[in-house]
Design a protein around this ligand. Structure first.
Ligand SMILES: Cc1cc2nc3c(=O)[nH]c(=O)nc-3n(C[C@H](O)[C@H](O)[C@H](O)COP(=O)(O)OP(=O)(O)OC[C@H]3O[C@@H](n4cnc5c(N)ncnc54)[C@H](O)[C@@H]3O)c2cc1C
Length: 466
């Protein structure tokens, strides 16, 4: 079994920044990520981006190159292509690397597994040709592929960014169909103070909208009743906007209505979570350093602790690393606090704009509570109507839905249906999301083969006999 002072799950901005800070404080760090290269979601493949791809992806993307460049350090071991599928006792991580399972134990664990796109179940969302906007961006970042004949639908800053990147690549989307309404914009004005503190993010958003206007991309707002039409693949997006029904012929539909924390690892080791109305998601409970409630050795940084963006992710990673270095005797409390002060101030500036953005771009109501015929759990093919039926016969929480219809028990282990199932049950039973709860997450968090497990057993017995 490998050992380290600090094991970090996730090499996005939070994990990379934490690794560097901890290494500089003298800790032996193992940074583990299932991707082949460091960067996380936002900076995916940044070290391989040539000039033309960098011009398409933009200046914010290129900022990640610095974090990736800073990563090599004698105290950091970066395991790429390593998928963590179990965490035991808050410190021992089981993962698969090169087809073999291995164990790794750290005196501290930092969970920096980031965010997932919020599932957007609308009629037709499982047809070939429908993917998320984030998935389209992954194709662009990783392989330079741009979706043609595409309509983007949903809401949020990432939708504008992906649309603008498509324009820069010379393949503008056919249209942008947005679900936020004028009254969402008005309600967001309540948070204008924070928005002005985070004016850079606002200015970037306005810049993206100007790019879309110049490229002649049609925009529809306050869209509702979204559905993808097509017999065997996506052929059109249908929706209502401005009191009329529209139907745009297209071969690709890119859906997106925000990102939510990826809480699978934290939940699997018993970190308590609470519902956050503003982010409309469950967030893990932790202190200002990121230490998980009730688990002394576990920290959470980045979007996995609450959506804050890449800048906030890196800062929260650094803060967690300082606290860990102090825990392990590498920094005194005074040194920790002195180093933390400017980071905390910067973090508060980064987060100031969030309440405005959360209110201006709420998730699409029609996808939070989809119609009865819409599939919710894609792995096990369970519809929203099935979930409502389970509720009508006494099902109160997501764990019971597993027994009723295997919901959340497929290969994704509930990552893509969990929040929708909670929302549907809460609505049907007239209970809050906290009362309704979430799936009890159990290992393996990601699929693992018997061959991989057998390799682990063999290496363990070899260690014992040596
Ligand atoms: C698809 C997508 C695209 C996005 N694109 C942008 C963008 O272009 N611009 C922008 O401003 N924001 C973007 N965001 C938001 C952005 O992800 C965050 O603000 C920022 O990247 C958060 O950083 P992080 O370090 O918390 O997590 P991330 O950057 O998400 O990094 C988490 C890392 O954890 C790894 N990981 C997760 N689970 C495991 C596991 N079990 N085993 C091993 N490794 C694991 C992942 O592979 C990933 O590399 C995007 C979000 C998503 C979901």
């Amino acid at each position: 079994m490998r050992e380290a002072d600090l094991v970090i799950l996730g090499a996005g901005p939070a994990g990379m920044a934490a690794a560097r800070t901890a290494a500089e404080a003298g800790l032996a760090v193992v940074l583990l990520d299932e991707q082949p290269r460091a960067g996380g979601q936002i900076y995916r493949d940044v070290e391989r981006a040539g000039e033309s791809r960098a011009a398409i992806l933009g200046a914010d993307y290129l900022k990640g190159a610095e974090l990736v460049r800073d990563l090599p350090h004698p105290n950091i071991r970066h395991l790429t292509g390593a998928t963590a599928w179990q965490v035991e006792e808050g410190r021992r991580v089981a993962f698969t690397l090169d087809g073999e399972a291995e164990l790794l134990e750290g005196r501290r664990l930092l969970i920096a597994t980031g965010a997932l796109e919020r599932p957007m179940p609308i009629p037709g969302w499982t047809l070939p040709g429908v993917i998320t906007a984030g998935a389209a961006q992954i194709l662009l970042k990783q392989s330079g592929i741009v979706c043609e004949g595409a309509v983007l639908a949903g809401c949020g800053p990432l939708l504008y960014l992906v649309a603008a990147q498509m324009c820069r690549a010379g393949t503008p989307p056919l249209a942008l169909v947005e679900t936020q309404t004028f009254s969402d914009g008005l309600a967001a004005l309540r948070h204008i103070g924070g928005a002005l503190r985070g004016w850079r993010a606002l200015a970037k958003g306005l810049g993206l909208l100007a790019e879309l206007r110049r490229a002649g991309v049609r925009r529809y707002t306050a869209a509702s009743e979204l559905a993808v039409d097509g017999a065997s693949r996506a052929q059109a997006l249908r929706f209502t906007a401005g009191g009329r029904t529209h139907c745009i012929d297209c071969s690709t539909v890119l859906l997106h209505h925000g990102v939510v924390p990826n809480t699978q690892v934290a939940r699997s080791i018993g970190v308590p979570h609470r519902w956050d109305d503003a982010q409309r998601a469950f967030l893990p409970e932790r202190d200002l350093w990121g230490r998980a409630a009730g688990l002394e050795t576990v920290f959470i940084a980045g979007d996995g602790g609450g959506i804050g963006g890449a800048g906030a992710a890196a800062l929260s990673g650094r803060l967690a690393a300082l606290a860990i270095a102090c825990d392990l005797g590498r920094l005194s409390p005074g040194e920790r606090d002195r180093a933390a002060r400017p980071l905390q101030a910067a973090l508060s500036r980064e987060l100031a704009v969030r309440p405005f953005l959360d209110r201006a771009y709420p998730p699409f109501a029609g996808a939070l509570l989809p119609g009865d015929d819409t599939l919710v759990c894609r792995c096990e093919e369970v519809t929203a109507g099935d979930i409502r039926r389970y509720a009508s016969i006494g099902c109160l929480g997501p764990n019971q839905t597993k027994a009723f219809g295997r919901v959340g028990m497929g290969p994704c282990q509930g990552r893509y249906c969990g929040l929708t199932v909670t929302e549907l049950l809460a609505d049907a039973n007239g209970r809050t999301q906290d009362e309704t709860g979430y799936y009890r997450i159990r290992p393996p968090l990601k699929p693992v083969t018997l061959g991989e497990l057998a390799a682990l057993a063999a290496s363990q017995s070899k260690e014992t006999t040596e």
